[in-house]
Write a protein that binds this ligand. Structure first.
Ligand code: HAM
Length: 423
């Protein structure tokens, strides 16, 4: 019988060592930018009570329908987290963060799960870096999140991006606007796509971000939320834009940015790749002033943003962004003969104990084979112990670039290598 090789579940991927360097780099940049701006890291469980998302994100939201829901052995209905904002609000309430000085600024780097139709840049397990500010209603918070996200991309040298911003109003002005929008679409329902017919009933705002050609035509004349904001929402949004202008950050006012999750209110924005547009947004977020109350807390304003890490890395690869990598291994330890092998094993561990990265291949006997591996690894130095060195208690340092060789007593080698590698 042929041996079976298992395959990863559809829509997931293995992040191989060649891509890990991007993940490490991006995570480091994002976390440094966030920490510098006073955000602190939070990690929540990979799965939560499924009702948290039903209530927080909305029963009818596409995201809730894409959830991986399962029952555990105690018949609890759990969901693999499809997003990070509802769990963080849950933690804010459950872990007593309301009694900390407000606002509470949090960030996360986590994986999320969505049963979507897989395609380029769309996975069933995805990674996001998110920022959340809970407990501050000031429009400066919105502007500050835009600025922080912009800074994160600038630090990555990703320049071919655009910020698309809008306001979707509050509990007072949005229902009035939705009525207006439905009235506009009423006589045109025969002409819209099947999805929009559904959207008309369950989530009319999403009529505005349909990409179907027929629907795009109808959208052109549709009333816009931005012209129907109440005075509080209008003033808030105007201030956000004034502060973003102050930092000379480019943005596009886009009335079609409505976001897919029910919890958003007021300012919403997305980051797009300038070429692909909305097709695969690099990130999205906005205000969610009603979510804390909806999940059982006191009325508490909040604002946040989620960057899609997978798509950001794909964008870096596309733009051929070059970056300095930390090089951990600069030394290869090579041996000839069984006595030397034991000494090399000790040398390798002495180097590692001293915090100096080093590698060896003890299954290889020939010095030629070992030197070939050393040059493939791109190390700066190979340390050699043959039969004579094992007997003398010495080590040969071979500089791989020049080919020069020098002999040192074993006891001095860690100190010498530390100096040469500037550690
Ligand atoms: P979201 O727009 O659903 O927002 O996701 C944010 C980003 O995650 C997207 O812009 C995209 O880059 C990435 N993303 C989403 N789905 C996938 C997928 N299937 N494959 C690859 N990447 C994907 C949220 O999740 C909100 N919780 C963001 C937020 C934080 N709002 C306020 N605070």
């Amino acid at each position: 019988m042929a041996k079976r090789i298992f395959q990863k579940p559809r829509g997931t991927r293995d992040i191989l060592p060649v891509e890990q360097k991007y993940f490490k780099y991006v995570q480091n940049i994002f976390e440094t930018v966030a920490e510098d701006a006073g955000f602190r890291k939070i990690t929540t469980p990979t799965f939560e009570d499924s009702k948290l998302f039903m209530r927080g994100v909305g029963k009818e939201a596409e995201l809730t329908k894409e959830m991986y829901v399962f029952e555990d052995k105690s018949a609890n209905s759990l969901a693999l987290r499809p997003e990070g904002t509802a769990p963080i609000v849950r933690a804010y309430l459950e872990d007593g963060m309301q009694s900390l000085p407000q606002p509470v600024n949090l960030y996360y780097f986590s994986n999320f799960f969505r049963y979507e139709r897989p395609q380029a840049g769309r996975y069933r397990e995805l990674w996001q870096f998110g920022l959340e500010v809970i407990g501050d209603k000031s429009p400066l918070v919105d502007a500050n999140i835009v600025a922080t996200v912009w800074r994160m991309y600038k630090k990555l040298n990703l320049t071919d991006i655009s910020i698309q911003i809008n306001s979707i109003g509050c509990g007072i002005c949005r229902p009035k606007y939705v009525k207006l929008l439905k009235k506009y679409y009423q006589g045109k329902l025969a002409k819209v796509c099947a999805d929009c017919k559904k959207r008309y009933k369950v989530n009319p705002l999403r009529l505005l971000d349909c990409k179907n050609e027929k629907c795009l035509e109808i959208q052109k004349e549709a009333p816009q939320m931005i012209n129907n904001l109440c005075s509080a929402c209008h003033d808030h949004f105007k201030t956000v834009l004034e502060y973003v202008d102050e930092l000379e950050i480019d943005y596009v006012l886009n009335p079609k940015i409505v976001r897919g999750l029910d919890y958003y209110t007021g300012t919403v924005f997305e980051v797009w790749n300038a070429k692909d547009g909305a097709q695969n947004s690099l990130g999205g977020g906005g205000r969610y002033d009603l979510l804390v109350e909806l999940l059982g807390g006191n009325k508490t304003p909040a604002m946040g943003f989620g960057v899609g890490v997978d798509r950001t890395i794909e964008e870096m690869e596309k733009e051929a962004i070059v970056f300095e990598q930390d090089k951990n291994v600069n030394i290869f330890v090579a041996q000839l003969g069984s006595k030397a092998r034991k000494k090399c094993f000790k040398l390798l561990n002495d180097l590692l104990d001293a915090g100096i990265g080093a590698e060896a291949r003890f299954d290889k006997g020939g010095i030629g084979d070992q030197l070939k591996i050393a040059s493939k690894l791109g190390v700066e130095y190979t340390l050699l112990i043959g039969q004579r060195e094992a007997f003398d208690g010495t080590v040969i340092i071979k500089d791989m670039a020049s080919g020069n060789q020098e002999v040192f007593p074993y006891e001095k080698i860690v100190k010498v290598m530390r100096k040469r590698l500037g550690r």
